[in-house]
Design a protein. Structure first.
Length: 320
């Protein structure tokens, strides 16, 4: 009987995955593994591996004796060593199109919350006060701002589309996308340096790679417009957390809204949990009943396809 190992999951059960895989007479073995030592025995004799946040590193991949695929619950695959899987000839698949609208909606919610000071004014009312909770200068009009979008994939494009009715200037940096495509979306193509220097608000929508980790650091944040706003719903390690905190304290950044952080969960003693100019969510931007069902069904179907020897879509490490 083929075996599918699920390394970890944040769902109440695996009933959706079981329903997809049951017709193929598949055994599902699951764990909530957080370390390579716990993962290796779980995946050793698995024919397919589905993972969420567990560290599927070279050691874990080296322990796989039968795996035909590694499937990531999600778009990003930064918890999987793609090179190690490639060397073993194991394709790694993601689910690239399951939460596009949810994350784009959440981005717009963060942008409006920061520019219109929704959270401080709500808390102000709860404390029995009235009037503005912040200085008037913090109440910004989106039409008058320049918004910089870093990453013009599916989510970046949807964010740009949602911003269009607000009539703000939109700059886009994505070295993998032709300038003509950016211009066709009504935006201006810009270098990263130019975008950071001009944008009143920067929203990150790129993957975590060797080139993008700590994209926003002490030096790059210093090059931004004083009082700029940072939005991050992509990956926590795109930002140097210490540099972010320093900039929020100094006023170089007037606000930040983050659904992701480095590390996660945000430590209990982190200033990001208490700073009044921070909106923080617990990696929930992708969540909706429809999105989560699509994610889980797609992951299970990819595993089933690999077990049947079918050609796999969404392979991110070049193994065919």
């Amino acid at each position: 009987m083929p075996l599918v190992a699920v390394t970890d999951y944040s769902f109440p059960s695996l009933d959706i995955e079981e329903a997809v895989l049951r017709p193929w007479d598949v055994e599902i073995r699951c764990g909530q593994c957080k370390t390579p030592e716990a993962l290796s025995p779980l995946v050793r004799d698995a024919d397919a591996v589905i993972t969420q946040f567990a560290p599927v590193n070279a050691e874990v991949i080296g322990a796989m004796e039968r795996a035909k695929v590694i499937v990531r619950y999600g778009i990003g695959v930064d918890n999987v060593d793609l090179n190690a899987a490639r060397r073993r000839g194991i394709p790694v698949c993601n689910v690239p199109d399951y939460c596009i609208d949810e994350v784009a909606d959440h981005t717009l919610a963060f942008i409006l919350a920061c520019t219109r000071q929704l959270v401080p004014n709500t808390l102000h009312i709860r404390e029995g006060k009235w009037g503005l909770a912040t200085g008037l200068e913090a109440m910004r009009t989106l039409r008058d701002l320049t918004v910089g979008i870093v990453g013009f994939g599916r989510i970046g494009r949807e964010v740009v589309h949602r911003l269009q009715p607000f009539k703000c200037r939109r700059l886009v940096f994505d070295p993998m996308v032709a300038s003509s495509s950016i211009h066709a979306a009504g935006c201006e193509a810009a270098s990263l340096e130019s975008l950071l220097a001009q944008a009143d608000l920067v929203s990150l929508h790129c993957p975590s790679t060797g080139q993008t980790r700590k994209l926003l650091n002490t030096a790059s944040i210093a090059s931004m417009k004083p009082g700029a706003i940072v939005i991050n719903l992509a990956r926590g390690d795109l930002i140097d957390t210490a540099a972010l905190v320093d900039a929020l304290h100094s006023g170089q950044l007037s606000a930040a809204a983050i659904d992701v952080c480095d590390p996660e969960p945000i430590p209990l003693d982190s200033p990001l949990r208490a700073l009044p100019n921070v909106i923080a969510a617990s990696h929930i931007a992708s969540a909706s009943p429809k999105a989560v069902r699509t994610l889980r069904e797609t992951a299970a179907r990819l595993a089933a396809m690999a077990l049947r020897g079918e050609r796999l879509p969404n392979v991110v490490n070049g193994v065919t």
